[in-house]
Write a protein that binds this ligand. Structure first.
Ligand SMILES: *[C@@H]1O[C@H](CO)[C@@H](O)[C@H](O)[C@H]1NC(C)=O
Ligand SMILES: *[C@@H]1O[C@H](CO)[C@@H](O)[C@H](O)[C@H]1NC(C)=O
Ligand SMILES: *[C@@H]1O[C@H](CO)[C@@H](O)[C@H](O)[C@H]1NC(C)=O
Ligand SMILES: *[C@@H]1O[C@H](CO)[C@@H](O)[C@H](O)[C@H]1NC(C)=O
Length: 626
């Protein structure tokens, strides 16, 4: 692929100022300009610890320090023009990158790095609440770091010192912007999540908006803008409910929503004065939003401004220095701020301490999650199914007694694997989850196969039947794929197979323009000019919710390996699964008429093994670097 070749060449060129020392230089590409307004925003979401940026993809190679410089320069520019700039982050800052996951305790370095950015309004994601530790870190570290700016409209926490149930952070805030005195009431929400540890309580949004404090807040007089930030999909029942609640009492006041969670770029029109922006994932995207035509405390009653009505504009900025220089009109010597450069150094030091550049092996060719059909040899799932799982998953007490069928959800893989060194960092990026494997024995082979079929074809029915976790049952496939399903209107120009098992490319295959770098080509409620960088499109394929791998009886293993297409199938197998999906397996088993109790009839398979440890073991054995 063109940009990978270039990327390899560039890695030998001298380091640019800013970014991480090993980051590739951005590749010049045609850009669309930003439309600045009276009130401007920069937005990050679902950064998942990627504060070092993408060290293998030039389009997203700026780090958090570069973003600190960018925000400062954008603010200078806005204020010089007599306008305002605000920063927003909508959660899932943790889990998914070695910079967060590999320290002990987790997040030892990331909280201090993150805090270097001045953020005006931020909220919690679901990932912050999965574990008691991480939610307590929010309460004791991140909330104080962003004093007054971190909002938790619908989250409470049991205070670890007093045991009292208290708001994680203030419910909302009122403030006026620095330059123009625009009067804003802001909220910070989380979608109706119930997979959290029991030390936090997430109130369903529909209940929160009935609360007296909320009903009072939306009745405030003299508000120029309602600002709703949250770890909530831009197109969701939660945001529709909040929109309706505000509109019932403020028929005319502009509302700006910022959201995330599905890892997609998305922009939604609620009405002519209410819009919502979602800004991607993993530090690939800096969302830009501008609003003009707002009233302010200084220009109360200014008829000219108001009569024009507010106008809204959005852009999705690729997170790299080429874009940053362009939008600020600066260059490598005039762009960096000392705070930004310091932040980049903190990241370099932390990566070094965590040994994230340790190399386990070298990947011979790119392996894709959804850029290849899952049955292709360059699919990461095919590799797991045919190589990694059969050759490394081995249980002392079971492997010589029974063959096994292993079910893994495709959402357990979080990122592509690029040709080149497979590092400690890569391992955390590709498979950050800590789930182990469990099994139940003597399952008829045909029933095991049916379970897989149910998980892939009737997953929603299964989800509705999961008693404990309700609608927050873990995603089986990736959040990106879930998001695309739920936001069909925004992807109207993409072909979506109605059958989840379909293998149809999601974008039209157009002849590739050799000058353009493959990347985001977003279509949303405002059209298809949202991406700052003009890219050629990438084809995506749907992947099933779950894949299986077959592990033959140990004695027959070598024979089988010679003919992986046709291994002999036994009558019964150990049904092995990633423990994260246990609630799904439980329900699917009952669907196919198999009665076992996941609490009594299952045990750990290969204690200590996770998909991540299996991958590392396989890479070390098979993919030596020259
Ligand atoms: C973008 O803005 C720059 C600087 O103001 C200007 O020179 C350039 O022509 C603009 N590009 C487009 C495509 O409008
Ligand atoms: C929680 O944090 C404590 C103190 O840093 C640590 O000892 C413990 O292992 C952590 N537990 C988890 C589940 O991460
Ligand atoms: C949370 O669950 C644990 C056991 O799983 C229990 O001991 C504890 O009391 C629960 N805490 C709350 C606040 O309900
Ligand atoms: C950066 O911009 C400044 C001011 O416009 C100019 O003096 C300088 O030569 C530029 N530096 C580079 C490396 O282009």
């Amino acid at each position: 692929m063109f940009h990978h070749i270039l990327l390899t060449l560039l890695s030998f060129s001298p380091t640019v100022l800013g970014a991480q020392p090993s980051a590739p230089e951005p590749i010049p590409a045609p850009l669309r300009n930003l439309t600045w307004g009276q009130l401007n925003f920069l937005h990050t979401t679902d950064t998942h610890g990627w504060l070092a940026g993408h060290l293998r993809e030039a389009s997203y190679s700026a780090d958090w320090g570069d973003y600190v410089s960018f925000a400062a320069r954008m603010r200078e520019k806005a204020e010089a023009d007599g306008t305002d700039l605000l920063l927003v982050d909508t959660g899932d800052r943790i889990e998914g990158n070695g910079l967060y996951d590999s320290s002990d305790p987790k997040g030892l370095y990331t909280a201090d790095i993150f805090k270097q950015q001045h953020i005006d309004v931020l909220s919690s994601g679901n990932h912050e609440l999965y574990k008691q530790n991480s939610s307590e870190d929010e309460y004791l570290i991140t909330v104080p770091n962003f004093k007054g700016n971190y909002l938790a409209s619908n989250i409470d926490i049991y205070d670890p010192q007093t045991g009292d149930l208290v708001p994680l952070a203030p419910r909302y805030k009122k403030f006026t912007t620095k330059v123009q005195g625009i009067r804003i009431v802001a909220f910070g929400f989380l979608f109706n999540f119930n997979g959290n540890e029991n030390n936090t309580v997430v109130q369903p949004v529909e209940e929160t908006i009935q609360e007296e404090w909320f009903q009072e807040a939306i009745r405030e007089k003299g508000v120029d803008l309602f600002l709703v930030v949250g770890h909530v999909a831009a197109q969701s029942k939660e945001y529709s409910a909040i929109f309706k609640a505000i509109r019932e009492v403020q028929w005319d006041t502009p509302i700006q929503f910022f959201g995330g969670h599905y890892h997609i770029r998305d922009y939604v029109k609620y009405d002519s004065k209410a819009y919502g922006l979602a800004s991607g994932r993993f530090m690939e995207t800096i969302g830009f939003m501008s609003i003009s035509g707002l009233s302010t405390d200084k220009k109360e009653g200014s008829k000219e401004r108001k009569s024009a009505g507010p106008s809204f504009n959005r852009k999705y900025i690729d997170n790299n220095l080429f874009s940053f220089y362009h939008h600020t009109g600066l260059n490598e010597s005039t762009f960096p701020t000392s705070e930004g450069t310091e932040t980049s150094k903190m990241i370099t030091k932390a990566r070094h301490k965590l040994n994230l550049d340790r190399v386990y092996g070298c990947v011979p060719a790119d392996l894709w999650m959804s850029r290849a059909k899952y049955t292709d040899k360059n699919s990461i799932y095919k590799w797991l199914q045919e190589k990694v799982i059969p050759e490394t998953l081995f249980d002392e007490s079971r492997s010589s007694k029974s063959a096994a069928m292993v079910i893994t959800n495709t959402g357990a893989i979080r990122f592509d694997m690029f040709k080149g060194p497979f590092t400690q960092d890569s391992a955390y990026i590709v498979s950050p989850f800590t789930s182990g494997f469990r099994y139940t024995k003597d399952v008829p082979y045909d029933k095991a196969t049916k379970i897989l079929e149910v998980l892939n074809k009737q997953a929603q029915i299964v989800a509705d039947d999961i008693p404990i976790k309700g609608h927050s049952a873990p995603f089986l496939s990736s959040p990106e794929q879930q998001g695309k399903k739920e936001t069909l209107p925004s992807f109207a120009n993409h072909k979506f197979p109605s059958d989840m098992m379909g293998q149809i490319p999601l974008s039209d295959t157009e002849p590739e323009d050799p000058k353009l770098i493959p990347g985001y080509t977003t279509t949303d409620d405002a059209g298809s000019d949202g991406d700052d960088t003009i890219h050629s499109p990438i084809d995506f394929y749907h992947v099933p919710n779950c894949i299986d791998a077959f592990i033959p009886l140990r004695e027959t293993k070598s024979a089988v390996m010679e003919d992986p297409e046709e291994p002999p199938r036994p009558e019964t197998v150990d049904l092995v699964y990633v423990d994260f999906i246990e609630p799904w397996i439980n329900v699917a088993a009952k669907f196919v008429g198999l009665d076992f109790d996941v609490h009594k009839d299952t045990e750990v398979y290969m204690p200590g093994a996770t998909l991540g440890t299996l991958m590392i073991e396989w890479v070390e054995k098979n993919w030596k670097c020259d």
